[in-house]
Structures are given as structure tokens and as C-alpha cells.
Design a binder for this molecule. Structure first.
Ligand code: ARG
Length: 463
């Protein structure tokens, strides 16, 4: 055990410094240095407010404000030595400030605590990430919109149970994801609105006896208002959990699209060709072009949802107010946010670059009896059959076509009429996939007109 010095910040009541293991488990500087810009912004707002309230002299506040800017530029230039003996970003910055400006640095911590300080820093950081997620999602929506516009009337199989169900349009399929990612954006925006209250000035847990102006610091940091309860302000991390929940749902949506790209780019489907920029080759099989980016995006939901669960477990059962457990919030959120942004950017690039194979899509749409429902609907509409009977007649014709190894449209009119006498040659008009999709004009349906209307509405919304 080396002879460790007392902590400069709180060493007053300690006779000895911490054990090395204590320092190792306690220090967060290894990761919370990512909060340096938020920490400095918070401290500058706090110092300016203290001066405005006559708690600090203008001279001291000015020295603190300037000194903090120097620290910021040192950190950004990579000239700052972070020390784990100083535990965290808050104490690292304050210690350096003291070296730079001397005595006034010790006045900065008046009327606050690291508890409200870290809660403020982290809210600012997560707020930025919510904005970044919205921006990433918007960019991805634009890429999907581009694909939808190009193939608004291209026909492809729509699936249920991954079995061919009914023909749909490529544009319609792309626009389904535009809607999902819109709700994801909404979740980040909602979370941001709720998190945008300022904990600063809650101090350790009970507020402070100094005449601080919490509304001023809240406004200076772009918050809508100060948090109304000091215990709550320092002790909840629900804002981070909401971010992680929104991130988890987004990652789940990304994983579904990623999975479709993996399937669609396979030799068995050939629905899309992924660009070289977002694929890799195999070191042994020369024919391979692997959708690695899609696979990795598909996997990200595991760690992002994992972070959500991990932080939920950290928070459950914690009595009010602050406990050191809460220091475990940051790494989870940092990792989840980094990976979410990466996944969004990679997906945007993949979607923008991919080339859909119109011919393969249409060929697949025409196989698998995808217009069987259209035949049943025709029997209801034109021959007045109850739907259940129409379903049965159509089923018999599908079985016949399957036995003969042909499509429904290849059956002769005699074979059709043998299944039900009301069937006439008119029926062939609904057996084509283009007629099938064009007929689905119900609001939100797959008809190209409907899809184009949705695309136009989204173009206006996204600007
Ligand atoms: N590094 C700490 C954290 O991330 C800062 C707050 C420390 N507060 C305390 N009372 N020890 O939570």
C-alpha cells in the first residue's frame, strides 16, 4: 500500500487516504470525462448566478468563468491530465481550476453539491443525445423516402409468417418503416420534453440556505424550468431510462429492417443488392458478399436493451436521495447512445445505397398464389358468394394449381368454372399482381396512389 494523500476536496475529516482498491472502485473519471463540456457549462452558469445574487463577487465569478474556459480548451486539446485520485470529472475540473486561478476556485462549490452537479451534467448530455437520435432517425426516414419514391408502384410479395400473403408495393414496405421511425422520433421528443428541467441548486438533497436563483441557472442552460423538488432532482435517473427505452424500441425497429436486408440480399431472395460500401467479402469463399452492417445493426438491440435493463436494476430499490449506485448510470447510457447513433448512421447508408431488384420483386410477388385473396374477393363481389364459401372455392383452385405446378392465372376457365359455375373469364383481371395492388385503395392500403399520397405528405413533413 503506497502512502496515499488525503483527498483535497473532502479530506478534512479523514486521517488517511483511500486504499488503491477503494480508489479503483470509486473513481468514475475513466468514463465521466465525457461530461466535461456539460460540467463546465453548468459551473459557468452557477458562478454567474452566484455573482448576480451577490453570493460571489463579480471579480471572483469572472476569474472562475474565464478559468473554466481555459480548462475546457485544455481538455479539448488533449492537454489535460485526468487523475483517478480526484475521482470524477467534477473534482478533476475544480482541482485544475484551483491551479489556474487559486483561491476563488474554492468558492465555486458554494450552494451546490456534486449530486445536483452530476444530475445536471447528465441531463444535458442525455438531452443532446435525444436530439442526435431525432436527427439520425430523420436522416434515415429521408433515405427510406427516397427508396419509396423510386419504387412506389413496384410489386413485391407481402408476407405473413414469412409466407407469401398478398402482393404489396416496394414503396409501401419502405413507408412502413418511415412510420415506425416517426414514432421513435416522437418517443425521443417526449422524453426530451420531460427531462428538460434543471436539477442545479437542489444541492446535496435539501436545497440550500443561500439565496440562489434556480430559474436563472435553468434558463442559462436551456432548461424549461427548475425541478420543483430537491430530493427528486438529485435522485432520479428516469430521464436516462426513458432515453434507453426509446433507444431500445428504435434498436428493435432497426433490427427488423436489418433482418429483412439480410434475407432480401441472400441468393435465395435477390430482392436487393447491397452496395460494396456496406458489405464485406469472405476470406475463403470468393462468391460471398456479406451483409455485415445489417447483421451488426440487428445485434445492437441486445446491448442497448441490456443497458436499459442494467440501469433499471441499478435504480430499483434505491432509497431517496442520492446513492453512489447511481454512478453506474453513465457507462450504460454512453455505450447505448454510441451504438444507437452508429446503427442509425449505418442503416441510413445501407438504405440509401441499396438497389432493389424490381424484376425479382415482381417475379416473387406473382408466385406463391399471392392473389388468392383477390380471387376470393372477386367471388364475393361479382358472384355474391359469402366470403367463407369464396375462401373454400379459392382454396380448391389453389390446391389444383399447386398439383399442376402452375399459378392461379394459368388455370383454364374450364378448370375455374368447374370449381364454381359463377366464375367467368372476367376473373383473370384480378389475378394479376398489378391489378391486385391497384385495387387496395383503402386508406393506408398498398395501392400506388395511396403510397404516393403518403410519400408526398412525408416529404412535406420532413422538409
Ligand atoms: N461521480 C459521482 C456520480 O457519478 C458524482 C456524484 C458524487 N456524489 C457523492 N455524493 N459522492 O454519481
Amino acid at each position: 500500500m503506497t502512502n496515499r494523500t488525503q483527498n483535497a476536496m473532502w479530506g478534512g475529516r479523514f486521517a488517511a487516504g483511500p486504499d488503491a482498491i477503494m480508489e479503483a472502485i470509486n473513481a468514475s473519471i475513466g468514463f465521466d470525462q465525457r461530461l466535461h463540456a456539460q460540467d463546465i457549462a453548468g459551473s459557468r452558469a452557477h458562478a454567474a448566478m452566484l455573482a448576480a445574487q451577490g453570493i460571489l463577487t463579480d471579480k471572483d465569478a469572472e476569474a472562475i468563468g474565464e478559468g473554466l474556459l481555459t480548462v475546457l480548451s485544455e481538455i479539448e486539446a488533449g492537454n489535460f491530465t485526468f487523475s483517478s485520485a480526484l475521482e470524477d470529472i467534477h473534482m478533476n475540473i475544480e482541482a485544475r481550476l484551483k491551479e489556474l486561478i487559486g483561491e476563488p476556485a474554492g468558492r465555486l462549490h458554494t450552494a451546490r453539491s456534486r449530486n445536483d452537479q452530476v444530475a445536471t451534467d447528465f441531463r444535458l448530455w442525455v438531452r443532446d443525445q435525444a436530439d442526435a437520435a431525432v436527427a439520425g432517425l430523420t436522416a434515415l426516414q429521408r433515405a427510406l423516402l427516397g427508396q419509396a419514391e423510386a419504387g412506389a408502384d413496384w410489386v413485391m410479395p407481402g408476407f405473413t409468417h414469412l409466407q407469401t400473403a398478398q402482393p404489396v408495393t416496394w414503396g409501401h414496405h419502405m413507408m412502413a418503416y418511415v412510420e415506425m421511425f416517426a414514432r421513435d422520433r416522437g418517443r425521443f421528443a417526449d422524453a426530451r420534453a420531460r427531462m428538460n428541467e434543471c436539477p442545479l441548486g437542489a444541492a446535496a438533497l435539501a436545497g440550500t440556505s443561500f439565496p440562489i436563483d434556480r430559474a436563472a441557472t435553468a434558463a442559462a442552460l436551456g432548461f424549461d424550468r427548475a425541478m420543483a423538488n430537491s430530493l427528486d432532482a438529485v435522485s432520479d435517473r428516469d430521464f436516462a431510462l426513458e432515453f434507453l427505452a426509446a433507444a431500445s424500441i428504435t434498436a428493435m425497429h432497426l433490427s427488423r429492417l436489418a433482418e429483412e436486408l439480410v434475407i432480401w440480399s441472400s441468393a435465395q431472395f435477390r430482392f436487393v443488392a447491397l452496395s460494396d460500401r456496406f458489405s464485406t467479402g469472405s476470406s475463403i469463399m470468393p462468391q460471398k458478399k456479406n451483409p455485415d452492417a445489417a447483421e451488426l445493426i440487428r445485434a445492437k438491440v441486445g446491448r442497448i436493451m441490456g443497458a436499459n435493463v442494467a440501469l433499471m436494476m441499478v435504480m430499483k430499490g434505491l432509497p431517496l436521495a442520492y446513492s453512489k449506485d447511481m454512478q453506474e448510470d453513465k457507462e450504460q447510457v454512453f455505450d447505448a447512445a454510441d451504438n444507437l447513433m452508429l446503427a442509425l448512421a449505418a442503416m441510413e447508408g445501407m438504405v440509401r445505397d441499396l438497389v432493389a431488384n424490381r424484376t425479382a420483386l415482381e417475379a416473387a410477388a406473382s408466385s406463391g398464389f399471392s392473389t388468392a385473396t383477390d380471387l376470393a374477393d372477386w367471388l364475393v363481389r361479382e358472384a355474391g358468394l359469402p366470403f367463407r364459401e369464396a375462401h373454400h372455392v379459392t382454396g380448391a383452385l389453389v390446391a389444383l394449381a399447386e398439383k399442376k405446378g402452375c399459378d392461379l392465372a394459368d388455370l383454364s376457365i374450364a378448370e375455374m368454372a368447374a370449381a364454381h359455375p359463377a366464375i367467368t373469364a372476367e376473373v383473370y383481371s384480378v389475378l394479376g399482381v398489378h391489378n391486385s395492388v391497384a385495387s387496395r385503395q383503402s386508406y393506408g392500403g398498398t395501392a400506388p396512389d395511396q403510397v404516393r399520397a403518403q410519400i408526398a405528405a412525408w416529404r412535406t413533413r420532413l422538409g
